[in-house]
Design a protein around this ligand. Sequence first.
Ligand code: GAR
Length: 199
Amino acid sequence: MERTTLSTYPIAVFSSGHSRGSNLAAMHKYFMEQGFLVGIALAVFTREDCSALILAQDLGIPTVVIKAADMAAFETEALKLCKERNICLIALTGFMKQLSAQFIEQAGIPVLNVHPALLPKYGGKGMYGLAVHNAVWEAGDKISGATVHHVDPLYDNGRIIAQSVVDISQCASPEDISKQVLSAEHELYPHSIFHYLRK
Ligand code: GAR
């Protein structure tokens, strides 16, 4: 069942309490279609009562819960597991906690995130969830997008590795923008991880 642990490129995903697991599921589907050359070999959750945890287990992905009340303890445990399992990339999937510069350095592997807008304009503290789409809506922009970037301790300022532009000129609300952008994330994130690892 745990086919993903045998992948040439085993990756880990981290999700915190509010994750819906939609990016995790999109990644798993894409990697399966590519024959699991890249596979999610470890899904780390910060809470047991997270719907994305059940979803990951249903998909046969090895899961672990590490509480994040103490972020230093979380990072130590998560790092240990990633080393033990030869993880070659960490992808954040609905992980709303801040990872330290020390963690990113000690991991020694790419730590990526997907942002629901075009960076660098719509980054910064508090820019997640509907707040991002509200800002885009209020600015009257005709385009938004998704951005895959290296995680940086300064909130979404990390090096950009891929972006896709979404036409939002027909969107009737920030919620509508959110739906369009999430679909774009589901295409962009798995695809960019796959090609990033294979380059
Ligand atoms: C996604 O929209 C992602 O862009 C956002 O959290 C959501 C997770 O969805 N991340 C950020 O805003 C990070 N700055 P998911 O739990 O369904 O994958």
